[in-house]
Design a protein around this ligand. Structure first.
Ligand code: NDP
Length: 295
């Protein structure tokens, strides 16, 4: 079975660099998708309270027969649950649905720029959970360099991970640089550019990109595999999503070829500077708040 390289987080916990995402995977398809991923060899699953499928991720883990300690389970606290006590309770909700005692990586899903006080209180709750051994690592998602600076000024534990939109059409070099400067692992969401397929972003899909296509042909690989290889060779974690068993396997088969430095640079050069997802600076409770059900 393929072994995926691991990344060592800033608190010495190791994390498989390649994980399996389940955003927009309907609950009734999640058990099969996660089972399929675990069968192929993924040992890192990325979900979120806001995805509404933590229970099904937990069911797949339990039914798979893979020992709990062999799978790195990552989930996210939604903004509605920010605040010290609310975030402590968000852990109970997520752990309850996932059916685990300990969450490997718990991250804040978004910065909440208009209520950064709540964001900091939420992060303090993560620090408490870490100190109590309820989570093995803590981190953030969609934090821009200014959000990171404000968080670092108000907290003790440097986030282990910042999960942000990174794909060949939107590389966010300044975020990657800020993460690196602070010893934070950058984790790519929409790593093969999924957001470029299902949102109108003024350009074609990364899967149809001629530069990526030519590199894929040169290695007898697929565009998705080339993009995942690009992330791994640049030291990022990547969490591709699929509900399609053949693609789940394809996205995992990325350890036995190597892109050249010219090929990596050619992919870097595809950056359009245009994000596909929402601008992290406009996330507000009013526009994006929604209740996360109890476990
Ligand atoms: P991805 O880049 O993973 O792309 C997913 C899309 O690509 C799906 O439509 C999937 O289709 C398709 N696909 C997957 N593999 C292949 C392949 N080999 N060839 C062709 N098509 C393929 O985008 P996502 O936006 O889903 O991001 C991945 C994960 O990142 C999410 O699941 C989630 O865990 C995380 N995420 C986090 C966010 C955050 O704010 N923190 C925001 C967005 C995502 P199909 O499933 O039909 O096979």
């Amino acid at each position: 079975m393929t072994t995926i390289p691991t990344l060592t987080l800033n608190n010495a916990v190791t994390m498989p660099a390649l994980g399996f995402g389940v955003f927009q995977t309907p609950p009734d398809e999640t058990v099969a998708a996660v089972r399929s991923a675990l069968e192929v060899g993924y040992r890192h699953i990325d979900t979120a309270a806001a995805y509404g499928n933590e229970r099904e991720v937990g069911r797949a883990l339990a039914e798979s027969g893979v020992p709990r300690e062999d799978v790195f389970v990552e989930t996210k606290v939604w903004i509605t649950d920010y605040g010290y006590d609310s975030t402590l309770h968000a852990f109970d909700k997520s752990a309850g649905k996932l059916g685990v005692d300990v969450i490997d990586l718990l991250i804040l899903h978004q910065a909440l720029p208009s209520r950064f006080d709540l964001t900091i209180d939420a992060y303090r709750a993560l620090e408490r959970l870490l100190a109590d051994g309820r989570v093995r690592a803590i981190g953030v998602s969609n934090f821009m360099p200014d959000h990171l600076a404000d968080l670092l000024a108000a907290s003790t534990v440097v986030p282990a991970v910042n999960q942000v939109e990174v794909h060949p059409y939107f590389r966010q070099s300044e975020v990657l640089a800020a993460d690196a400067e602070h010893g934070i692992v950058s984790q790519a969401w929409s790593p093969i550019g999924g957001i470029t397929f299902y949102r109108e972003a003024g350009h074609t899909s990364t899967l149809q990109d001629p530069t990526i296509g030519a590199i894929a042909a040169a290695h007898d690989r697929t565009p998705a595999q080339v993009m995942l290889r690009w992330h791994l060779q640049q030291g990022r974690s990547a969490i591709p999503k699929s509900v399609t068993p053949a693609r789940i396997a394809e996205n995992f088969a990325v350890t036995d070829f190597e892109l050249t430095s010219d090929q990596l640079a050619a992919i870097d050069a595809l950056d359009t500077g245009r994000r596909g997802g929402p601008d992290p600076s406009v996330i507000t409770l009013e526009a994006f708040g929604r209740e996360i059900p109890e476990a």
